[in-house]
Design a protein around this ligand. Structure first.
Ligand SMILES: N[C@@H](Cc1c[nH]c[nH+]1)C(=O)O
Length: 375
């Protein structure tokens, strides 16, 4: 019987071929250059760790999205990381608990989930991000949003837009000025807000929340709507915070507001954002403020951060960016001359036999008498 499955990859997993791998490496490198330039020190957590440590640092992390299995060696449950932020939080709370705050850390690497997200079937994605630990102020949030924009534009994204949200908005309102009548559940109100279902919202007792459905769209008009709705003051500091962050971003990105958007915000607190670029369908990243839980009895630590998921950008750039020039080194070339060419930036491809064809091997130039001559 023929084994037709032998070389298939599981659904949602794929190879990066040379063009994609080259662009992915570039995106990762320029991303890290930007983050390092702003004082974010790179850390490299492992691909997998004990399930418990990935799940226990932030309220809301969903274990059921992660690949999990028993470690044959410790017989304990391990999980493949689905979000490096949780690992950075663990480091901040343990090995780096004594480091000065605010602590600026950056990271990148693959993350996996059992199921793709919405329309995107991928189960492995590159994550590149930064966490600012010890603070979740407006100043911290503004630094993080600006950094996400800068890293993404350095990577080659254009026409960047940022959608702000207030992840804990419904909790704040239901605990304060907009309590639900007995018999109604806040979870249902959230679901109707997610579905942007006005009729449903009224049916589940969330009539008071209706204005949130309309405080959506370009930042200035949407925030004015939110302001009008929140006249009783419960949202004053949040609204002022959003305005300040928007002012810091200025013309660097188009800003929109969707105050009750929750998709993908598992653990973010008062502030969240999603980032997009022109010509790329779906979002390229997300971030916001959150709390890192410590040992029992310890106060949680405030933090702010972002994660980019640049795969769709990598795909687009791989199609449009030309291969770099390459210098063919014919048989019998002087290795010293070749080394000099590499030292000034050339990529060289050395012939191994008379049959090697410079053009077919993607070379643009050929080394002749110490000179790079265009083919
Ligand atoms: N890790 C989060 C984004 C984030 C980073 N820091 C805070 N929030 C995500 O991927 O959705």
């Amino acid at each position: 019987m023929q084994d037709t499955d032998r070389d298939l990859l599981p659904e949602g997993l794929g190879d990066r071929l040379p063009d994609q791998a080259r662009v992915a490496q570039h995106v990762r490198r320029v991303g890290h250059d930007v983050l390092a330039g702003h004082g974010y020190a790179r850390v490299e957590p492992p691909l997998l760790e004990f399930e418990k440590s990935l799940a226990s640092r932030m309220a809301g992390v969903q274990m059921r999205r992660m690949f999990r299995f028993v470690d044959p060696s410790s017989l304990r449950l391990l999980a493949l990381r689905s979000d490096i932020t949780a690992q950075v939080a663990r480091m901040a709370a343990t090995s780096l608990s004594g480091a000065a705050r605010p602590l600026r850390l950056s990271y990148s690497g693959p993350v996996t989930t059992i199921k793709g997200d919405g329309l995107d079937p991928s189960r492995e994605r590159l994550q590149v991000g930064a966490e600012l630990i010890g603070t979740d102020t407006v100043a911290a949030a503004a630094e993080i949003v600006e950094l996400a924009i800068e890293a993404l534009s350095a990577a080659g994204a254009t026409g960047i837009s940022v959608d702000f949200t207030l992840p804990d908005l419904v909790d704040t309102l239901s605990d304060g000025p907009l309590p639900l009548a007995p018999g109604y559940r806040i979870e249902q109100v959230r679901e109707m807000l997610d579905a942007k279902n006005a009729g449903g919202l009224v049916d589940v007792g969330g009539e008071g929340y209706l204005p949130l459905l309309y405080a959506v769209g370009p930042f200035e008009s949407a925030i004015a709507q939110l302001e009008a709705f929140a006249a009783q003051g419960a949202l004053d500091s949040r609204i002022a915070g959003l305005r300040e962050i928007a002012a810091r971003i200025g013309a660097k990105a188009r800003i929109t507001l969707d105050p009750s958007e929750r998709h993908g915000f598992e653990y973010q607190s008062w502030f969240g954002f999603t980032i997009y670029a022109e010509g790329i369908s779906g979002s390229l990243g997300r971030g916001g403020t959150y709390r890192i839980l410590g040992q029992a009895g310890e106060e949680p630590e405030a933090a702010t951060g972002f994660s980019l998921y640049p795969d769709p950008l990598i795909e687009a750039l791989a199609v449009s960016s030309p291969e770099p020039d390459k210098l063919f080194l014919p048989l019998g070339h002087d290795p010293q001359l070749a080394a000099q060419q590499r030292a000034v930036g050339w990529i060289t491809v050395a012939a191994l036999s008379e049959n090697d064809d410079a053009r077919a091997l993607g070379c643009s130039h050929r080394l002749e008498g110490g000179e790079a001559v265009r083919l």
